[in-house]
Design a protein around this ligand. Structure first.
Ligand SMILES: Cc1cc2nc3c(=O)[nH]c(=O)nc-3n(C[C@H](O)[C@H](O)[C@H](O)COP(=O)(O)OP(=O)(O)OC[C@H]3O[C@@H](n4cnc5c(N)ncnc54)[C@H](O)[C@@H]3O)c2cc1C
Length: 279
């Protein structure tokens, strides 16, 4: 299938982009890397009067180190972030998750913010943002607001973004100094490498007593819990029993729960094992 006709607009600045979003409102779609949007347009799952291509807005093609957070601008591709020399040291969970996001070719175009904006419940980057307690920076002609990741993603492909808002950036908290606090673990099962995860699990050592554990592919959005490091196995078992899961053509709800039961201990072991250990 082919998409229905649309206007193609390519602003050079954030101001122009938000002015266009204000003008077109619900009728417009932001085009970032197009790796999710273009297939959805072709299949007519999504229709738009106008596509606002932000890929030439150089002001958004930046990775900023704010000390406690790393801010990734809306035009930064997944491969650009993967090649950032400080990624492993500052954002070890993101470094562990990124190789699972699609393929080299899709990561060349696909943006970090586009993945967060798309809000697929199986996506690796929204899971990493949620587990780390990151933030989404939304800008419009009305001003700028910052939402916590858990307040941003509402459900499957559904976010708190208003139609006139551009995601200008996302902010990932940096790893917490040296030692065990830097421990992270990431595990997923997908049909083939590069496919969306059926279930993905991310673990971060928050402090010596507490872990943050997150799971994607289990509900409409990533789910995150704090669990005690000393009783992680019991906490995982209890959570696995409580998870509802969902069924689609890839897996039953029971299989998803089973994957979580098996992946979560591995992610936790990676996080609490070797210094900065990750999978
Ligand atoms: C073969 C293949 C395999 C893939 N495998 C995976 C995978 O394993 N894991 C995974 O997570 N993803 C996967 N993807 C999706 C890929 O990661 C996309 O890059 C990502 O989902 C969207 O990023 P994008 O920049 O291409 O956004 P686009 O496709 O351009 O946009 C996606 C959506 O987000 C909106 N949007 C984008 N940027 C903004 C912004 N700054 N402000 C407001 N709205 C915005 C768009 O309007 C659209 O609704 C795969 C894609 C392909 C083609």
């Amino acid at each position: 299938m082919k998409p229905r006709p649309f206007d193609y607009l390519r602003p050079d600045t954030v101001e122009e982009a938000v002015a266009l979003l204000a003008e077109y409102g619900e009728e417009a779609r932001v085009l970032a890397g197009g790796q999710s949007l273009v297939p959805m347009l072709n299949l007519r799952i999504v229709e738009a009067e106008a596509l606002i291509d932000i890929s030439r807005i150089t002001a958004l093609d930046v990775i900023r180190d704010h000390g406690q957070t790393i801010e990734i601008g809306a035009v930064v591709t997944q491969n650009k972030l993967m090649a950032w020399p400080q990624l492993q040291q500052k954002l070890p969970l993101v470094a562990a998750a990124l190789p699972h996001v699609g393929h080299f070719q899709t990561r060349n175009k696909g943006t970090v913010c586009g993945s967060i904006a798309h809000a697929d419940p199986s996506s690796e980057l929204p899971l990493a943002l949620a587990v780390l307690g990151g933030e989404v920076v939304l800008t419009s002609k009305r001003g700028t607001r910052v939402l916590a990741a858990q307040d941003f993603q509402k459900d499957m492909l559904t976010t708190a973004r208003a139609a006139d808002e551009l995601i200008a950036a996302v902010r990932f908290p940096v790893a917490n100094g040296s030692g065990i606090e830097r421990g992270v673990g990431f595990r997923e099962v997908a049909r083939r490498h590069g496919d969306f995860a059926i279930v993905a699990v991310a673990a971060v050592v928050q402090d010596q007593k507490t872990l943050r554990l997150g799971v994607g592919g289990m509900a409409g959005r990533p789910m995150v819990r704090q669990i005690p490091a000393a009783a992680a196995a019991d906490a995982i078992a209890a959570w696995a029993d409580a998870l509802e899961g969902y069924e689609d053509l890839h897996a039953s709800a029971a299989m998803r729960r089973d994957l979580f039961r098996n992946l979560a201990p591995l992610a936790v072991a990676a996080a609490t094992g070797e210094r900065g250990g990750q999978v």
